[in-house]
Design a protein around this ligand. Structure first.
Ligand SMILES: Nc1ncnc2c1ncn2[C@@H]1O[C@H](COP(=O)(O)OP(=O)(O)OP(=O)(O)O)[C@@H](O)[C@H]1O
Ligand SMILES: [Mg+2]
Length: 213
């Protein structure tokens, strides 16, 4: 740019200054993104010190469903979704680290509310967002199902969603650590499973199983 200015090439100098401006924007954008990711990692990696305690999984699910919903409404007053719960009363208390399973639930519910909120932006006025949670028993496992009627997950990315840092959300809205952390907590921390069933454009259902003993 200096040589352009010396040679009186104003158009050239302006073009270069525009490049510089765009590059600065990119640097700032990626700097913010790095900051956001590191904060997310620190939050997620805070070592679990929790003890496993006998827990009413139905109650925990219900509490975190409402917590996530309140959090969403705090950000967007106009956001409304129907909350549906089905809890099997026969589910005994099971041993879990409440704080960790709470994080898993919060992430699944946040993902669900985000998905229905995205669909609200494009769907017709007859679209009614719904997020449901089911707590029950199957064989020797406690089952928690979290279902939303949002946009579902395309086949092409279904295999990637549990990978760390995989996200389709814009900078500032997601780090892509939620499901990978949830997977580690459920599978490595509690000997359970975390699976997904989805139809693009229609729904996503995440299922947690936790062994009763
Ligand atoms: N209920 C859902 N409906 C549609 N897509 C989903 C749903 N849950 C997860 N996904 C997809 O999986 C990706 C990864 O989810 P994950 O929870 O790991 O990260 P994130 O929500 O993007 O960010 P973070 O949880 O770290 O804030 C999401 O970006 C989204 O593309
Ligand atoms: Mg998430």
């Amino acid at each position: 740019m200096q040589s352009e200015l010396k040679n009186g090439d104003t158009a050239g100098a302006i073009a270069i200054s525009e490049d510089i401006r765009q590059n600065l924007e990119k640097i700032s954008h990626h700097g913010k993104r790095a900051d956001f990711i590191v904060k997310g990692m620190m939050e997620h990696s805070r070592a679990s010190t929790g003890q496993k305690e006998p827990t009413d999984i139905n109650k925990l699910s219900d509490e975190f469903l409402r917590l996530a919903y309140d959090g969403f409404q705090a950000k967007d007053k106009n956001f409304n979704a129907e909350l549906i719960t089905h809890f099997d009363e026969n589910l005994p208390k099971i041993l879990v680290v409440q704080q960790d399973i709470g994080r898993v639930l919060l992430n699944l519910f946040n993902n669900a509310f985000y998905a229905v909120n995205q669909k609200l932006k494009t769907a017709g006025s007859d679209y009614k967002p719904e997020v449901s949670v089911t707590g029950g028993l199957e064989n020797a496992n406690a089952i928690i199902n979290v279902k939303d009627n949002g946009n579902g997950i395309p086949d092409a990315i279904k295999d990637k969603i549990m990978q760390p840092f995989f996200t389709t959300k814009p900078t500032g809205e997601g780090t892509g650590l939620g499901l990978s952390l949830s997977y580690d907590i459920v599978v490595k921390g509690h000997g359970g499973t975390l699976t997904v069933d989805t139809v693009e454009g229609e729904f996503s259902t995440f299922t947690i199983t936790l062994p009763l003993s």
